[in-house]
Design a protein around this ligand. Sequence first.
Ligand code: RNT
Ligand code: ZN
Length: 417
Amino acid sequence: MKENNILSAYAIAKERFAAVGVNTDAVLEKMSKISLSLHCWQADDVTGFENTGGSLSGGIQVTGNYPGRARNMEELRSDVLKATSLIAGKHRLNLHEIYGDFGGKKIDRNEVTPEHFSGWMQWAKENGMKLDFNSTSFSHPKSGDLTLANPDEGIRSFWVEHTKRCRQIAEEMGKAQNDPCMMNLWIHDGSKEVPASRIKYRRILEKSLDEIFEKKYSNMKDCIEAKLFGIGLESYTVGSYDFYLGYGAKKGKIVTLDTGHFHLTESIADKVSSLLLFTPEIMLHVSRPIRWDSDHVVILSDDLLDLAREIVRCNALDRVHIGLDYFDATINRIGAYVIGSRATQKAFLQALLEPHTLLTKYEEEGKYFQRLALQEEAKSLPWQAVWDMFCLKADVPVGESYIAEIERYEHDVTSKR
Ligand code: RNT
Ligand code: ZN
């Protein structure tokens, strides 16, 4: 792409947006401050480094066997850095507990300590990245269908201990990076058929959460992630949206909205303004549901645009944490990171370019035709020219030119694995 063309397209777009009261330079400035939290598990199909040979469980599934999966920490780090080199801005890395540096030893989930992540903290510092964290209750002999909501006290307390340790690890990460680590708690607990009592397991989960959150930390933030159903756990999910929304509102915890975890016609965008009123902040897992799968690679869809717009309209970019969460093993995995990240950025860019002030003015004056007309016109304003400028300024490939970069890395690195 010719730099001159990008610059002149931007100059025209800038004027066009200025006419509806939007300052594109200010938007570019805001965009450069938005960090995404990249999920480490796209690089290796949610395998992790425990080396126990177990398979992925907990009602989630990765399909495909495209060559080049990251097989160890070194490869995963290299893939993540390749991906971030193609995404404008500074980003975070979201780790799961199973990605610890266990040095070839068998460290069970109730034995993990911050030391197993000191290498990560060091690496993150060296690479100017901040870390987020997740407890891992799937893919383990004690996972079964119930973990924190298990009536079996031995199993329940095993997972309580695991999750407490994960919070401590997150606290250390937050301290090391001088910025709170977002610690996400997602468990798959549920059942294939409707249980005799739904409340029984929810009571147990509430008790487990209370125990887990007893200790207060100041360098990490707790997030609780709801889900609609898992594969093999279709009829009942203990940690449903109502459950966590209630818990979060009552106990001041952050609810994680995974965009793949709701009924397909439910608007997640519509939830943002309510959560902002009653819970401290919002954690997003940007994903894409397709039929039974909640984890397709994120693309620039109307749903995503709607979500980004709602966050910007609420002026809540500082209260919403944008994590990604999907796993696709049918295409180049680094490509999957870049597609999803860039799509998410495009959605936020378009949201920031919305002529919000003018729309609000029309609304206040009762000019509903004008509001609808401007909403429609705004859809085709030249946001792409601003997007290209954003990439150019950040020194990352403009437009589809990143495809060749990924092909090169595949040729030189991942195809040799
Ligand atoms: C699963 C949840 C959860 C996981 C990761 C691996 O449906 O979305 O966030 O994807 O923890
Ligand atoms: Zn998720």
